[in-house]
Ligand binder design. Sequence first.
Ligand code: GLC
Ligand code: CA
Length: 556
Amino acid sequence: MSEIKRSKFKEMAVYQIWTRSFCDSNGDGIGDLPGVLGKLDYIKSLGVDGIWFSPIYPSPNADYGYDISDYKNINPEFGTLDDFRQILDGAHERGMMVFMDLVVNHTSDEHEWFKESRKSVDNPYHDYYIWRKGRDNKPPNNWLSNFEGCAWEYDEGLDEYYLHIFAKKQPDLNMDNPKVREEVKDIMRFWLDMGVDGFREDVITFISKAEGLPNGIPMPAATGIEHYRHGPHLDEYLLEFRRDVLSKYDCFVVGESPMMTVDSALSLIEEGKDQKLDMMFNFQHMEADCIMTDWVKTPFSLRKLKGAMSRWQNGLYGRAWNALYIENHDHARIVDRYGSRDYREESAKMLAAMYMLQSGTPFIYQGQEIGMTNIELDGISECKDIATFNAYRLFKKLGFSEKRFMKLANKVSRENARTPVQWSSEENAGFTTGKPWFNINENYRSINVRDEDKDPDSILNFYRSLIAFRKENDVAIYGKYREFYPASNSLFVYERVLGSRRMLVVCSFKERSVRFDSPSGYDLNSGKLVLSNYKDNKIVNNGFLTKPYEVRVYLF
Ligand code: GLC
Ligand code: CA
């Protein structure tokens, strides 16, 4: 029945590493590559097939690696190219692939290209970036930066402005310049030739800007976005990268794509000869407790979550492939968003099964597998992230005190995802023997890898079972998705069907008990319970009364 084309990239599960907070090997308080090397067996023990590294290139760290000053080297804080090659070999020996983050919408302002580019208007690198004259002493247009006010920075020497959709220290590359596209291809080849298995491409759908850079519709921190979120030459450039480089390797690319809908995504990820990206990270299911940005917080809405997920599940099935995630380095921890701190273990397991058993390739962010939580930072002086600083500037204008702002930041900011991984209950959570670069969550004494590793009922071991289950059951990978009870505010119920195999996933998002009745055509007593987060799994009248954040998965 399944016409879905099979591939190892569809069957894999991927673990994301944000190196700075993963594991420190030399006591300087900063996670590094030898630290990762020492944990390869742990990563393998999860059952994953690949590792995606958030950027590990040299970087002035204005945006912790997403501002790259040299694309063909390793950040000395993290180690050397040799350390990286050891990881590559170590991962490959263990049957795991390695994916690099490719950040080519922008570079660091400390990249050689940019330094040259600002030397003079006839410098050969000038046109590597988007430089424009102002309009009557004002910036060329009204675009706003995602990270700091105006999207244009004036350079007195040149009497021109350069565009930066993110921080000032992240000037946008001019992808319309064929030389820039050649540089991108050259970077891709460099890593692929070394043995890397593919890329996660950072805000890749922003690389083409509308002709003439017209003014945008005013909106906080994003004015102009309609002119670059899926620009006129995006499809063409991605196809060029595929034709000239990617198609020549056995490799994989997942694009990060804010503000995409199913329809706009399909032109990029639909399978067939013009497919540009293998998969895409969309953002719609990450907006079930906020509007447009994590900072505009609303109460969690299960219906919003289900609506978004089902839209992508149904819209892509048989045509394109989903990338599944509920955490990464850009969002607060999921138990504190869609789950419950009071039922941390139960809700972390439920959320894991809820997303990983959908159709798509699951990504797991470091610490997610042990149910790490948000952090309590006391003041702005404890913060590290440029996006948090930008939000502080904006919220202050709205009259927020520092205290009130921190209350919000502790719920929604990216800082929450960036605290060091909690390895053990030893000092500094076993992350470092020195002074950690960033606060460690005090709950490491009870939430850590070592303890969870020993506990058969831990979140960690639930993840392991879940990943193994998915791998062993085609229905969990290739089965067709159908949602039941879409109007329910309490339950997320769906099936996956492949040939004669059926899998039923029942998730409760409520602490209180809710009656679940099997959808028609299902006799629970004839199913096999394969995963659950409680010991007692009684069936009453072909259904059950849920326990807090209960999940059950049945196979038929
Ligand atoms: C992506 C990254 C984020 C970064 C931004 C600018 O959204 O995931 O961390 O700040 O792009 O590169
Ligand atoms: Ca270190």
